[in-house]
Design a protein around this ligand. Structure first.
Ligand code: BGC
Length: 389
């Protein structure tokens, strides 16, 4: 007696439920899987010593995909949509690890311990003179013969509330490439849901040393391998730049950009003045200079904006650094075959390297690049990809 009413109720409920399904609402398809940012790993090859190199792929839900390897903490590809939604890879580089192991001008790499030039490979710090390899005419460039761009970093993957990334860590022993102090470095790439690729640097040392780290991607917003960057429109938020001598070492002056081909305070096609008869442009074979960013406060400030008119792609660069080296790819000469066999001709990609000024250890008037024991080096740059309306 006790069981009967219970059964009736249950059956009744089932019947009522089934009936209402049939008559009122058609069966619904299962909801599409929720779109998610992802981070994944795959094999990319081996170093000559047999170490495996993994490639990490970061994606967000807007169709942006960034691939990076721990060798050189290199950004291998950055795929972003254009204004019609068509996705292209906007950085120069190689399809395979071999390309990155061969000679190339720092495609996609993290550059250090000192990005940019140090005059005659020499600086004096706390009364001691240090000698570095001169690997760029009479000067030291980008950390030496085996800089951070050729280092194998450890990797830790991050996946946090729609932001995906990789933390690379490395050590640079005392005396490496002539620099003093054991330096520990960490570089974090994060791809956000807002199409920002942020690069955060941290470092510490046990002896005073210069540190100047930067990201050396060559951008072409039309897509890598699609011609030169002369039609890209560039804005740089800087009233002054640091003129250089014929070997690209700053004279120490900070000169107004007004009435010079270095005035990018309003969006201007890169090609408009790059071959002007100007002594500074002759020294660089085009733009290869440091701009002094207009800074009215500490922290992240907008530094530059790049726009490619045909694709509508845009790139905004913000940074905590005082300077921006805009290098127009003048020394690319068609001898490198990159992705899909594309020949990288002169000015087929450009670098926007946020950093301290070149040769700072030899210029007391420039912001200091010296990191001392007990201090923590922190720097951040954000590359934000978008499209014109
Ligand atoms: C420098 C150029 C150099 C290039 C590749 C850039 O950061 O400014 O002068 O040719 O790196 O080494």
């Amino acid at each position: 007696m006790l069981r009967k009413p219970f059964l009736v109720i249950v059956l009744g409920a089932m019947v009522a439920c089934g009936g209402s399904n049939k008559t009122d609402t058609p069966p619904t398809a299962p909801p599409p899987p929720e779109k998610k940012a992802t981070v994944s790993s795959a094999a990319f090859g081996e170093l000559p010593n047999g170490s495996a190199v993994t490639i990490y792929t970061l994606t967000n839900t807007n169709g942006v995909e960034v691939r990076t390897i721990p060798y050189g903490a290199i950004l291998v590809s950055v795929r972003v949509p254009d204004k019609a939604g068509k996705v292209d890879d906007v950085v120069l580089g190689f399809d395979r690890l071999d390309g990155y192991l061969g000679a190339h001008p720092y495609f996609g790499a993290i550059v250090g311990r000192y990005g940019n030039r140090i005059a005659k490979g020499s600086f004096t710090l706390d009364g001691q003179t240090y000698s570095l390899a001169t690997n760029n005419g009479p000067n030291a460039l980008h950390g030496g013969l085996k800089g951070f761009d050729k280092k194998m970093w450890t990797a830790e993957l991050v996946d946090h509330e729609g932001n995906v990334g990789v933390i690379y860590r490395g050590e640079s022993p005392d005396g490496e490439e002539g620099y003093p102090g054991n330096v520990k470095v960490q570089v974090t790439y994060t791809l956000t849901r807002n199409n920002e690729l942020s690069v955060e640097y941290e470092a510490s040392t046990d002896k005073a040393t210069p540190v100047n780290l930067t990201q050396h991607s060559y951008f072409n917003l039309a897509g890598e391998g699609r011609g030169d960057i002369l039609g890209h429109r560039l804005t740089i938020d800087a009233d002054r730049f640091t003129p250089v001598d014929a070997t690209l070492i700053p004279t120490g002056d900070q000169v107004a950009v007004e009435n010079t081909p270095f005035d990018f305070r309003r969006a201007t096609p890169i090609g408009a003045r790059i071959d002007a008869d100007d002594e500074q442009l002759h020294h660089g074979g085009g733009y290869d200079h440091n701009w002094v960013l207009n800074r009215d406060r500490d922290g992240l400030i907008h530094a530059a904006r790049l726009e490619e008119p045909a694709s509508g792609r845009t790139l905004d660069v913000s940074t905590t650094e005082p300077g921006l080296q805009f290098y127009a790819g003048n020394f690319l000469d068609g001898t490198i075959k990159g992705k899909s066999g594309h020949v990288y001709a002169k000015r087929s990609g450009l670098c926007l390297e946020t950093q301290h000024f070149p040769d700072s250890p030899n210029h007391a008037g420039f912001p200091s690049t010296i990191l001392r024991p007990g201090e923590r080096f922190r720097s951040k740059t954000v590359f934000t990809f978008g499209v014109t309306k």
